[in-house]
Ligand binder design. Structure first.
Ligand code: SF4
Ligand code: SF4
Length: 351
């Protein structure tokens, strides 16, 4: 049987002509490659867990190359949370500057000795390569890398399943290699809306539960084996990245956040807990926890709830004997302090 690999192109949210052109050029060129299946889905992050896009991707059993408008780390763990798992395929197309050595993401000391969630997962041997479409504007760069990967891939595609497929697929299954009509991709049509929710990088997460303690919107939960999970993703407050700053392992991503460290950049993963006072060279030091509390409490106020401040957070909650449902005494803060003023400045400069 021929070794084949599936290329998934996850479209951007934007209808920007240059982005659409890049997507179209890549897909049209890939259709000339006999060893590749081509599947087009809507924006990866916005796909619903039980929609046709995710169901189709779950049905792909062999190696995959996933092109999306997200950092590869964010794409990988977005797929993983939807039971689309595989070994991390290494790509030469990275955000590292040319000639710069690609390092592993550094970790904080907190989790050095603690087991990570990934250690408890049974990850299939197939590989998933994630490429970031924001890296380069030229289709040929992606095509070269896809060809290189497909050369090294030694996997036979097993027939995937599931329906709502248009374009080349006349049945409810993605055609096998010998059934694929040339010149047409498999297009999975799915209406999506823009979503906002945390994605957990399980290679870094130590299951410490800081996030579930911190979030007062019920987004996090635990599974039957007491492992952290994003249980109610759509209850997350749009634009709020607070828990990403609280996680001691920098394991929480918001792929659509404008700050690379929060969105899943490999290069800046440890810049997340920057001391913001360094940006201004004055005032009291502002740490990530202060910023996170501020962001969360703003969301609480927007929903008409009382702010809880630092007393509503993690260990402080435990010390007060409160539970995870946020039943703490409220701390009203009506007068602006130094932190408030600093945050106003931050809002204005749009970091
Ligand atoms: S804060 Fe949450 S995501 Fe981060 S390491 Fe702890 S359990 Fe994992
Ligand atoms: S703390 Fe904020 S960003 Fe994190 S899950 Fe809860 S609502 Fe979402």
């Amino acid at each position: 049987m021929a070794h084949r690999i599936t290329v998934v192109l996850a479209q951007g949210q934007s209808r920007h002509p240059a982005k659409k052109k890049l997507e179209e050029e890549i897909v049209s060129q890939l259709l000339c490659e006999p060893s590749l299946e081509v599947v087009v889905v809507s924006h990866l992050y916005d796909l619903s867990a039980d929609g046709p896009g995710m169901l189709c991707l779950q049905g792909i059993a062999g190696d995959m190359i996933v092109l999306s408008w997200m950092y590869p780390r964010a794409a990988r763990w977005t797929l993983a949370r939807n039971a689309i798992q595989g070994q991390e395929g290494l790509t030469l197309l990275t955000e590292q500057a040319e000639g710069e050595k690609a390092d592993e993401i550094p970790t904080d000391n907190h989790g050095e000795d603690a087991p990570h969630l990934i250690d408890s997962l049974k990850i299939p041997l197939r590989k998933i390569y994630c490429l970031d479409l924001r890296l380069r504007k030229e289709a040929k760069v992606y095509l070269q890398e896809i060809r290189r990967i497909s050369e090294e891939a030694k996997i036979t595609i097993i027939e995937p399943a599931l329906g709502n497929i248009t374009g080349d697929a006349s049945s409810s299954r993605i055609p096998k290699s010998n059934g694929k009509a040339p010149g047409k991709p498999v297009i999975i049509k799915e209406e999506t809306k823009r979503r906002w929710y945390p994605v957990i990088d399980m290679s870094r997460c130590t299951n410490c539960m800081e996030c579930i303690d911190f979030c007062l919107f019920g987004v996090y939960g635990v599974d039957r084996t007491e492992m952290i999970l994003v249980e109610q993703p759509d209850d997350c407050r749009k634009g709020c990245p607070a828990c990403a700053r609280v996680c001691p392992e920098n394991a929480i991503l918001f792929p659509q956040h404008k700050t690379p460290a929060i969105a899943g950049s490999q290069k800046t993963a440890d810049d997340l807990k920057i001391d913001l006072s360094k940006l201004f060279g004055a005032m009291e030091p502002v740490d990530a926890m202060d910023l996170a509390i501020r962001e969360r409490d703003e969301e609480l106020m927007l929903t008409g709830r009382e702010v809880v401040g630092r007393n509503g957070t993690g260990n402080a909650m435990a010390e007060m004997g409160t539970d995870r449902d946020g039943e703490q005494p409220a701390q009203h803060t009506t007068e602006k302090d130094d932190l408030d003023h600093l945050m106003d400045q931050l809002d204005q400069i749009d970091l």
